[in-house]
Design a protein around this ligand. Structure first.
Ligand SMILES: Nc1ncnc2c1ncn2[C@@H]1O[C@H](COP(=O)(O)OP(=O)(O)OP(=O)(O)O)[C@@H](O)[C@H]1O
Ligand SMILES: [Mg+2]
Length: 355
C-alpha cells in the first residue's frame, strides 16, 4: 500500500496537539431576504485517530460548517470569518488551488447519497483510480491496482471483476462502500462523513460504521461524523458537539455528555430518541416548536422560545443575554441555568423519562 507523507501536527493553544482546530468560525450567506447566519462563532477541535460526532436538527449548520472546512462555499454569496487550521495550515482565505490540492488527498468527504458523488457513466474503478491519479500522478495500471486494493479493503466481493462495474450495478450498501473507498484512496488524514449511513438499512449501517472505525484504527484518520442519530454517535465517536441555530450549545466527550447532558436542547434530543437508553415502546417526544429563522434570531438565547426552563433563570436573562459556551475546555454548555440547576433538572425530570 502506498503511504503519503502526512503534514506534521502543530501544538494548539494550551499545549495540546490538535490536528484540526476551528476557532470562532462564522459563515454568513447573503440572500434576497437578508443575511443568513448559518454558523456563528463556532470553535472545536479534532485529534488524529478520533471521531467527533456533530448532531443537531435539520438546518442547525452541520453541513455548512463542514463545507467551510473543505472550502466548498461559493465566495460570491458567502462570507467566512474565523480560523480553520488543519495540521497548522490556515484554510480560511487559502487560495482555491491550495484547497483543491488538500481535498481528496489530506481531507475528504463521504456524502449521504453515493449517487450524487459517483458518476453513472464511469466504472467504479475508473472513478476511484481517477482520484488517486489526480493526487499522486500514478500510472493507469497503478491506479487500477490501488482501486482493487481499496475495494478489497472496504469488503466488496470479487473486487478484481467488480472494479469494472458501473455504479448502478452495485447495491446501495456496496455503492456506499465504493464511495468510502474513493474517499480513502489517498489515505486522507481527515474524513468528513455527512450522514453516511442514513439511507441504508440498519444492518448495512452497522457494517459501514464498523468499517470506518477499522480504517480509522489502521490509518489514524480523524473523522467528523455528522448525524441526526445520537445512537450512532454513542457507538462511534469520542467527542460530541450539539449544534443549534449555527452554534455549539453543548460540547464534550461522548461519555460525559450522554451520561449527564446539561443543555435543555440536548435533553430534548435525547428524549426524542428513546431507543438509545430507554425502554422500547415509549412514545417519541420531539423537541417542541421549530428552529428559529437564521436571518432574525431571537434575542438572548436562540433556544429560548422552545425552552421549558426560562422561569428558573433569575433576572429573565434567557430572553436578553446570549449565554456563552462555557467552560472553554471540557464539558461545556451554552445555558444560563446554574450547574446545580442543570444537574437537578436532569436527575429529577429528564433521566426518569429516558428510563
Ligand atoms: N448557500 C446558501 N445560501 C443561503 N442559505 C444557506 C446556504 N447553504 C445553507 N444555508 C442555510 O444554512 C442553514 C444551515 O444549513 P445546513 O445545511 O448546514 O444544515 P444541516 O444542519 O446540515 O441540516 P440537515 O440535517 O438537514 O442536513 C440552513 O438554514 C440553510 O438553509
Ligand atoms: Mg446537512
Amino acid at each position: 500500500m502506498t503511504t503519503q507523507a502526512k503534514p506534521e501536527e502543530t501544538a494548539a493553544p494550551g499545549g495540546s496537539s490538535s490536528f484540526l482546530s476551528v476557532r470562532d468560525l462564522s459563515v454568513r450567506f447573503r440572500t434576497e431576504d437578508g443575511v443568513v447566519r448559518a454558523v456563528d462563532n463556532l470553535s472545536f477541535e479534532v485529534e488524529r485517530g478520533t471521531t467527533l460526532g456533530i448532531v443537531g436538527e435539520s438546518g442547525s449548520g452541520k453541513s455548512v460548517t463542514n463545507l467551510a472546512i473543505l472550502g466548498l462555499h461559493n465566495p460570491a454569496n458567502s462570507e467566512i470569518t474565523g480560523s480553520i487550521k488543519l495540521a497548522g495550515q490556515e484554510l480560511v482565505g487559502a487560495p482555491n488551488k491550495e484547497l483543491e490540492k488538500l481535498r481528496g488527498h489530506t481531507m475528504s468527504m463521504i456524502f449521504q447519497d453515493p449517487l450524487t458523488a459517483l458518476s453513472p457513466f464511469h466504472t467504479i474503478g475508473a472513478q476511484i483510480g481517477e482520484t488517486y491519479r489526480k493526487h499522486t500522478g500514478a500510472s493507469k495500471k497503478e491506479a487500477r491496482d490501488r482501486s482493487i486494493e481499496m475495494l478489497t479493503k472496504v469488503g466488496i466481493p470479487q473486487p478484481t471483476t467488480r472494479v469494472d462495474d458501473f455504479p448502478h450495478q452495485f447495491s446501495g450498501g456496496m455503492r456506499q462502500r465504493a464511495m468510502i473507498a474513493m474517499s480513502l484512496v489517498c489515505d486522507p488524514a481527515l474524513v468528513i462523513a455527512d450522514e453516511p449511513t442514513t439511507a441504508l438499512d440498519v444492518t448495512v449501517q452497522a457494517q459501514i460504521l464498523d468499517l470506518l472505525k477499522e480504517l480509522q484504527q489502521e490509518m489514524g484518520t480523524a473523522i467528523i461524523l455528522i448525524t441526526h442519530d445520537l445512537g450512532v454517535v454513542a457507538k462511534t465517536a469520542k467527542d460530541i458537539m450539539v449544534m443549534y441555530a449555527g452554534r455549539a450549545v453543548e460540547r464534550g466527550t461522548v461519555r460525559e455528555v450522554l451520561k449527564a447532558p446539561q443543555h435543555p436542547y440536548t435533553w430534548g434530543l435525547l428524549s426524542s430518541m428513546p431507543n438509545l437508553t430507554g425502554p422500547v415502546g415509549v412514545p417519541l417526544r420531539p423537541v417542541r416548536g421549530t428552529p428559529p429563522s437564521l436571518i432574525n434570531l431571537p434575542t438572548g438565547c436562540p433556544f429560548n422560545p422552545r425552552c421549558d426552563h426560562l422561569e428558573q433563570v433569575i433576572g429573565g436573562k434567557c430572553t436578553t443575554e446570549r449565554p456563552p459556551l462555557a467552560p472553554e475546555a471540557g464539558h461545556a454548555t451554552a445555558c444560563h441555568l446554574s450547574s446545580g440547576q442543570k444537574q437537578e433538572i436532569f436527575i429529577d425530570q429528564i433521566q426518569p423519562r429516558l428510563g
